[in-house]
Write a protein that binds this ligand. Structure first.
Ligand SMILES: [Zn+2]
Ligand SMILES: [Zn+2]
Length: 202
């Protein structure tokens, strides 16, 4: 929805990030490539992706389709929001317009979401505290954790990359994980994997 390229593209780069964190092979490491490239420049620097890293996902034609036409959901949303704004604007007692709706209903939230997402790669490899002495420069950052619903507990994430829950202590709240748990209770998702409690201190 924020035009962050395709799903396979994202997963491929993310898996590569975990394989070679904070080395020159890591597309968005602020340690290896500087802050600007880690934050947003990498999207253009790494415009292609390695399909070998997402072989398991290539079995799903719907994922290949949405990876190719990733721009479509956003375009459809923009058109619908614009038409809604124009339609509401036909009421002469309001000053609503399609452009106004697209700006506040799509462009501003998209920019905020993009930069919050980018900040995980840039900010969370520079500023914050380290619960675990991982081999990379990942940090836990409270501000980004609040903005990105838990993903800012990035040092925890690098320690337990398979875990749906990125918070370790009670105050490291992972809102994304709570949402996943809710979807689990509703029977929409299952087999939610998290770290073992006994591994926390290791
Ligand atoms: Zn990272
Ligand atoms: Zn990750």
């Amino acid at each position: 929805m924020t035009m962050q390229r395709g799903l396979l593209w994202w997963v491929s780069h993310h898996r590569n990030h975990h394989r070679s964190t904070d080395t020159v092979k890591d597309c968005h490491s602020p340690v290896a490539h500087g802050l600007y490239r880690a934050h947003m420049g990498w999207v253009w620097n790494c415009f292609d992706y390695d399909p070998k890293l997402v072989k398991d996902l290539m079995r799903y034609p719907e994922l290949i389709w949405i990876n190719r036409f990733y721009i479509l959901p956003a375009i459809i949303t923009i058109i619908v929001i614009f038409i809604l704004g124009e339609w509401l604007g036909t009421d002469s007692t309001t000053t609503i317009s399609g452009g106004q709706f697209v700006t506040w209903g799509y462009l501003v939230p998209m920019a905020v979401c993009l930069h919050a997402t980018y900040a995980i790669n840039s900010v969370c490899h520079l500023w914050g505290y380290r619960r675990y002495e991982t081999s990379d420069n990942s940090k836990n950052n409270l501000l980004i954790a609040l903005l990105m619903l838990g993903e800012g507990w990035h040092n925890n994430h690098h320690k337990f990359p398979y875990s749906a829950n990125m918070g370790i202590s009670r105050y490291e709240i992972d809102i994304g994980y709570l949402l996943l748990k809710f979807l689990g209770v509703m029977g929409i998702i299952w087999n939610i994997k998290t770290y073992e409690k006994s591994d926390i201190g290791k």
